[in-house]
Design a protein around this ligand. Structure first.
Ligand code: ATR
Length: 275
């Protein structure tokens, strides 16, 4: 039986800052991990878009770590004392560690996406990949794929945004409709097409999906998007949005604690949360 640590005067505080934040699955995952590893810590959801106040609260109350979500990921960057290469290149921070009052920012979103792909067994070096979308999530996925030396094409509805991102990152770009014609190893959807209010749509057609081998969707609500349904029907390897979420959270846990994250426990908490 897992013994739940009692909250006492030594309990360390972590949390997520975002607005809205009540739907977040991060508290369930991180608290499950802390309890399982018998770490005397709790993780709460703080609904705020006031980044300066959130940073001073962190210093003042000695909050050890934040996950950062919409709309704070970009705004928080200039307020941090140190940031790594990933944050600087992606332009967004999703993880802060408070090291004796020094706020250090990293980004584990890219690692979440890359781990999800690598766990499917593919070697990313030299792989031909297509990213649908050119927003914040696309930046994180593109950063990760380029770090692993994959070949990247960014396809977006608004072509200028794809062009701008491709220029900045040094990769290829095309319109969203072009993604139908490209043949590649991996397709990653980072657009919101397939999400709740657009849940009956796929960013590319059933026929277009046939040109790819592995199809990953970062949308996790619903778990099986129309895109993934097309991919499954075509016999492709599919990766749903829960994996990126799980692996970015595991990377956060490891960054904060220096301990290996309990994958099964965090996965169970996540799956329970999306039911
Ligand atoms: P995130 O931070 O999750 O990436 P974002 O920065 O708002 O969110 O980016 C959303 C992406 O989804 C964009 O690439 C957007 O395309 P545009 O640049 O053309 O706006 C894409 N997107 C949103 N709705 C879409 C739709 N109905 N069809 C195609 N692409 C869509």
């Amino acid at each position: 039986m897992t013994r739940i640590h009692l909250i006492d005067a030594h309990t360390v505080l972590y949390g997520i800052i975002g607005k809205p934040v009540r739907h977040s699955l991060s508290p369930a995952m991180h608290n499950a991990a802390f309890q399982h590893e018998k770490i005397n810590a709790v993780y709460l959801a703080f609904e705020t878009d006031d980044c300066p106040q959130a940073c001073s609260s962190m210093r003042c109350l000695d909050i050890k770590g934040y996950s950062v979500t919409i709309p704070n990921k970009e705004d928080i960057v200039p307020l941090l004392d140190k940031t790594d290469h990933a944050v600087q290149k992606i332009g967004a921070c999703n993880t802060i560690k408070n090291v004796n009052g020094t706020l250090v920012g990293t980004n584990t979103d890219w690692l979440g996406a890359i781990t999800a792909l690598e766990k499917s067994g593919i070697t990313l070096k030299g792989a031909k990949t297509v990213i649908l979308g050119a927003g914040g999530s696309a930046r994180a996925v593109a950063y990760g794929l380029l770090e692993r030396e994959a070949k990247v094409t960014i396809c977006n509805r608004t072509l200028e945004k794809a062009q701008q991102l491709a220029l900045e990152f040094g990769c290829e770009y095309a319109s969203l409709s072009e993604a139908e014609k490209i043949h590649a190893d991996i397709l990653v959807n980072t657009t919101s097409v397939g999400m709740a209010n657009l849940s009956d749509k796929s960013p590319i057609s059933k026929k277009g999906v046939e040109n790819y081998q592995i199809i990953m969707d970062i949308v996790y609500n619903p778990l099986e998007t129309v895109l993934l349904r097309y991919a499954k029907a075509a016999g492709k390897i599919t990766i749903n949005g829960l994996y990126m979420l799980l692996y970015q959270a595991m990377a956060q846990f490891e960054y904060w604690t220096g301990q290996k994250a309990p994958e099964k426990i965090m996965r169970k908490a996540l799956e329970y949360g999306v039911q």
